[in-house]
Design a protein around this ligand. Structure first.
Ligand SMILES: [Zn+2]
Length: 500
């Protein structure tokens, strides 16, 4: 009898215990941002309550804060090879709090029985807070003032290294990087308008990423999620940095591969960015709506990729395979430019004069990315072993490299840098060296590491190591020494014989 009663109460109460686990932000009545300690406590509690969720630590920050990853899976992420692997990560920028808060709201939902069907087709990893050191003091950058979302190519920081190590372990097919944007810039205010969409979404734009994946993202995914967001009461639009139009063009974001979206996209991942609108105080203002908007966009994305899981899984596998087989015989774009295609952009904005939302129509919109310069893919690059900077880069990025293999039918190319010009890169100037390519007869193979380009990071490697690449390592201060006027570029190319 007593036992039955206990059983009854357990069955009756247990769902409520699970359901009532409010996030720290909710518990505060949306008056306090979740601190790192609260986040730690909360994700541990969720972990204890759910069989679907298990907690992982992917690395540690400079100030020794573990970075948490929440695995949602029925058998363990990657164990069942038929599952679509999905990774969402938030708060690379510590002063963009709503991504973390939205992801905690999402985690709370996902352990409920009504969402468990998602994990019949999906393995999901959530990282609610990539940059806890920055978040604790509400600053954009990490603990030693590095912008993590410009660090995904040179990868000097423990946070970006941890994220990419996780990616490399599972090779997620779908990823989304969650941010916030601030519409309150001085130049926009002067123009009389500001952007005013609760949630914006973007896909990849680097031209070396599979066109199939980019088209699928732009045509099959983004419009549907933007529509669903509107149905849930959140204004939404494409992720379009730039403007105001009288000063600078609007574009579907940079084609640089140093951010969270494109550094994973360049490995032919179906990769996205979501940006919610920040508060004017860049902190707490309107946080309930902001967090719920972020959560809504993430959940919509999850449900869409769940419905399309088989299609996406096959598509990504095919596009990765075809990239791998094409590498070292194809070409890679190393200089690109945004162009208009004549589209008049109808940008939803808030008008300061009218004190209401309106539509700003402009032709200063450049949605197309075109290649300005391509190079033939080499078979491999040779990295001088005594350049510890470059060797550390190989290690930090997880690029595969090794001793020189016995290879027939290859020859070696070096670049001689004649002089250094510059080229406009999205409004900034970067180096544009004038090069002479030379064949070199003898190479002391024991002095170099051999970096084959036929690997998933191959397109990234080429864009990083070509001296004329506007996204290359040499455009970073740490690697500027690689390109010097009237001297040889220290990295060599290995190419097939009979190929220029
Ligand atoms: Zn951001």
């Amino acid at each position: 009898m007593q036992k039955n009663l206990l059983y009854f109460w357990m069955m009756f109460l247990l769902p409520f215990l699970v359901f009532s686990q409010e996030t720290p932000l909710e518990k505060s009545g949306f008056t306090r941002i979740t601190s790192y300690d609260e986040l730690t406590g909360y994700v541990k509690t969720l972990d204890e309550q759910s069989d679907i969720l298990s907690l992982d630590i992917i690395g540690s920050t400079l100030q020794n804060r573990p970075v948490y990853a929440l695995h949602f899976s029925k058998k363990g992420v990657g164990k069942d090879r038929s599952k679509l692997k999905v990774l969402f990560f938030a708060q690379q920028h510590g002063n963009e709090q709503s991504g973390k808060e939205g992801m905690l709201l999402l985690a709370k939902k996902l352990i409920l029985p009504e969402f468990s069907h998602l994990f019949n087709h999906i393995d999901l990893v959530l990282i609610p807070q990539v940059n806890p050191d920055g978040s604790e003091v509400n600053q954009r950058r990490n603990g030693r003032h590095i912008d993590l979302n410009r660090n995904h190519l040179i990868m000097t920081e423990p946070e970006t290294q941890a994220l990419h190590m996780l990616f490399d372990r599972y090779l997620f097919e779908v990823t989304m990087d969650v941010h916030e944007y601030s519409p309150y810039s001085e130049s926009w205010e002067k123009s009389g308008y500001r952007k005013n969409s609760d949630v914006t979404l973007g896909a990849c734009t680097n031209i070396n990423i599979s066109p199939t994946l980019r088209t699928f993202a732009n045509e099959q995914v983004l419009p549907r999620i933007l529509e669903k967001l509107k149905q849930s009461g959140f204004s939404s639009f494409l992720y379009l940095p730039g403007g105001p139009p009288e000063i600078s063009y609007l574009r579907q974001s940079t084609f640089d591969i140093n951010d969270g979206r494109q550094s994973l996209g360049i490995q032919n991942t179906l990769s996205f960015i979501q940006e919610g609108m920040n508060g004017k105080d860049m902190f707490l203002e309107n946080i309930e709506h902001r967090a719920k908007g972020q959560m809504s966009g993430m959940l919509d994305m999850l449900e869409l990729v769940y419905e399309q899981a088989t299609v996406i899984k096959k598509m990504v596998r095919r596009e990765r395979k075809s990239m791998l087989s094409g590498l070292s015989s194809g070409a890679t774009s190393i200089q690109m430019i945004h162009r208009s295609d004549g589209t008049m952009l109808q940008l939803p904005v808030y008008s300061y004069d009218l004190a209401k939302d309106t539509i700003l129509v402009t032709d200063n919109f450049r949605p197309v990315v075109e290649s300005l310069k391509e190079v033939d893919d080499p078979v491999a690059y040779l990295i001088p072993q005594d350049d510890s900077n470059l060797v550390n880069w190989l290690k930090n990025t997880g690029i595969a490299y090794g001793r020189f293999p016995k290879k027939k039918g290859v020859k070696f190319e070096t670049y001689y840098i004649e002089k250094i010009d510059s080229i406009d890169f999205e409004g900034d100037w970067v180096i544009d060296p004038a090069l002479a390519k030379q064949l070199t007869g003898h190479v002391d193979q024991s002095k170099y590491w051999y970096v084959p380009v036929r690997q998933l990071k191959g397109k990234m490697i080429i864009q990083a190591l070509e001296p004329k690449s506007m996204l290359g390592l040499a455009t970073y201060p740490q690697f500027a020494y690689l390109v010097k006027s009237a001297s040889d570029y220290p990295v060599l190319r290995v190419v097939k014989k009979g190929k220029e």
